[in-house]
Design a protein. Structure first.
Length: 160
């Protein structure tokens, strides 16, 4: 292979890197389509990861800026877990993955890209999805554009 195209990365590379919190800023813009926000619950929301590890990589975050689960109220934590379960169900209907990684990275040293706002990652997994590309080429191959992923998942939100 001579070239590997990842055109969605250019927007990020050329953008001004602004301090802030995507989990606070994006929902406040009230442009869910542009920001790939799939669903809003009472205390949390589901959004696509703009730089996914696999197609369907979702992030679920509470609306309130809190660095850890302990900083959330019981109702916020309960809503977050219910929203994660709902995201899992949507991914099963839309992609039928063979497994999923679900994790919370809190703090920069734990791998959190947004260390001040606790959030959950869900990554759908299939046998063979980790191949030579990430290991040798340090590149991931995603067969679906984010707009297509967003549309696919929206179509499965209500259990269709």
């Amino acid at each position: 292979m001579d070239r590997l195209w990842a055109p969605w990365r250019m927007e990020y590379l050329m953008s001004d890197k602004v301090d802030g919190c995507i989990f606070c800023d994006k929902p406040a813009e009230n442009d869910d389509r542009k920001n790939f926000i799939l669903l809003r619950s009472e205390h949390s929301f589901i959004m696509l990861n703009a730089y996914p590890y696999n197609n369907g990589h979702l992030m679920i975050a509470p609306f309130r800026h809190a660095a850890s689960l302990n900083e959330l109220s019981r109702s916020e934590r309960a809503d977050l877990v219910e929203t994660v379960a709902g995201a899992e169900a949507v991914l099963m209907r839309a992609y039928d993955p063979q497994g999923m990684n679900i994790g919370i990275n809190m703090g920069h040293c734990a791998g959190a890209g947004v260390p001040g706002h606790a959030h959950v990652h869900i990554v759908p997994r299939w046998e063979g999805d980790t191949n030579f590309m990430p290991v040798v080429g340090r590149t991931r191959v995603l067969p679906e554009l984010l707009d297509e992923t967003f549309a696919r998942l929206l179509g499965h939100l209500d259990g269709e």
